[in-house]
Design a protein around this ligand. Structure first.
Ligand code: MV4
Length: 447
């Protein structure tokens, strides 16, 4: 097992990884920008190294500074967390070339899943259903029109190097397709450095359901159930829950069966998430994430498995040590992402936290690096806390969620707690009756 792990991230996720290391008896190195000198994860780490100025590209994305920090402190392994360098295959390779272990999947699997066209083709060959679409990227307008005629309108234009929804465009007929294709290619080239785009049939009211996988790269592979992440705004997840209220037992078994078989064939090592769209009883793979995800705690709450601990054990070469039949799922869990943002305009609202009281009690978990007097810096993602609640049933979980949101005090800055309070009282949400567009209407109706 590793003696010392360098955590190449910040905020609540850096603290989350620190906690797993501590419980495993592993020493931690926190790297941080000059803006994060007073961060909670930095205070708690065994060693700290300042790796640059506030701008992420000069600090949390600065590969040379991170590798140097690992060398100076004698770390054995680097955990990239999420965002920043977590899905950068070249970073994973560089880490290993310098003699450190990258806590994550192989660079080859990161690279494969980073290209959405290649990923879709790879999983389709492994027997997973994908959204009907173009076979690979479309070269020109003529090829796109031919593909679209076979797929059927409306079609969605997506960037091969994209993901997360940026740069997607709907075309309802050949004229729109001809007009939008060059725009989509230019945008893809400037956003992602690769102009390749592909087409899919546009599903009009899907749910976003993803499944958590752990593989040890030695033949051991298990799933940890699904998460329903349909409640999003501007392609940002707002609230996630597990199990999905939209699935019946047969659908749940079908989804997990597909995912486990495919990733076993791939020889996948590490934690991974397969994302699907679910509509009219059918699942369609859209993307795979080769990293820890923000919403991993809800899976931990119902499975009792510490996903970060498993990532570290797998990276150290340990086999999983348990089988699917050894895992049982208990109850229901919900996560609210609390952002330093106006709950009405969603504009970022950094600043000093002048009052802080986190909720507690049975079934309540708060993953946050906030403390009384902390100054939320303006340079990074506005996620400042995750409130996770667990209950024996979905109803118990909802009652507990309302109670915990009522207790949570974050003073001095605006947060999205009031949005979550409104959401937790909304009839459609209580009924589990929502698709990926529901939240946009819910927040839009008030503005
Ligand atoms: C789609 C879709 C409808 N049809 N693909 C957006 C994020 C990216 N990961 C995939 N996305 C979508 N892909 C087809 N063929 C609708 C969306 C979508 C969406 C998906 C998940 C969660 C929220 C969403 C919000 C708008 C659109």
């Amino acid at each position: 097992m590793f003696e010392k792990v360098l955590i190449a991230n910040r905020g609540e996720i850096a603290l989350r990884i620190h906690r797993a290391c501590r419980e495993m008896g592993i020493k931690t190195v926190a790297v941080h920008s000059t803006a994060d000198v007073n961060a909670m994860n930095v205070r708690l780490a065994d060693e700290t190294v300042c790796i640059g100025p506030p701008a992420a590209r000069d600090s949390y994305m600065n590969v040379a500074a991170i590798i140097s920090a690992a060398a100076i402190t004698g770390a054995d392994a680097i955990h990239p967390g999420l965002g920043f360098l977590a899905e950068d295959a070249d970073f994973a390779t560089t880490v290993e070339e310098h003699g450190f272990t990258f806590i994550g999947p192989s660079a080859e699997h990161i690279r494969l899943m980073g290209n959405k066209v290649a990923a879709k083709e790879a999983v389709r060959k492994l027997g997973i259903p994908t959204v009907p679409g173009s076979v690979g990227a479309v070269r020109d307008v003529a090829a796109a029109e031919t593909a679209a005629r076979a797929i059927g309108y409306p079609v969605l234009i997506k960037a091969a190097a994209g993901g997360g929804g940026r740069g997607m465009k709907v075309a309802c007929n050949p004229t729109e397709l001809a007009r939008m294709l060059p725009i989509a290619r230019n945008e893809a080239a400037s956003y992602f450095g690769c102009g390749d785009v592909y087409l899919e049939r546009h599903l009009e009211r899907p749910r976003h359901i993803e499944i958590q996988i752990l593989g040890d790269g030695q033949g051991g592979i298990v799933h940890l159930g699904e998460r329903d992440c349909s409640l999003q705004r501007s392609h940002q997840k707002v609230l996630e829950e597990t199990p999905s209220p939209a699935l019946n037992g047969e659908e749940r078994g079908r989804l997990s069966g597909l995912a486990v078989v495919a990733l076993r064939d791939l020889g996948y090592k590490g934690a991974g998430t397969l994302e699907f769209l679910h509509q009219d009883g059918e699942f369609f793979f859209i993307e795979m994430n080769t990293r820890l995800q923000v919403e991993h705690p809800i899976t931990e709450m119902i499975s009792g498995i510490d996903i970060v601990r498993e990532q570290i054990r797998i990276a150290a070469g340990a086999p999983l040590g348990y089988r699917q039949a050894d895992i049982s799922f208990c109850g229901h869990a919900i996560e609210c992402r609390i952002n330093a943002e106006s709950p009405d305009t969603f504009l970022p609202c950094p600043g000093r936290v002048t009052d802080y009281h986190a909720p507690g009690g049975l079934g309540v978990r708060v993953d946050s690096a906030l403390y009384h007097g902390y100054e939320v810096p303006p340079y990074y993602d506005s996620l400042i806390s995750k409130l996770i609640v667990h209950g024996k049933s979905r109803n118990e979980c909802l009652m507990r969620l309302r109670r915990a949101l009522e207790e949570y005090v974050i003073g001095g800055i605006e947060t999205t707690i009031p949005l979550h309070q409104r959401l937790a009282a909304a009839g459609d949400f209580i009924d589990g009756d929502y698709d990926v567009h529901w939240l946009e209407r819910f927040v839009g109706d008030r503005a």
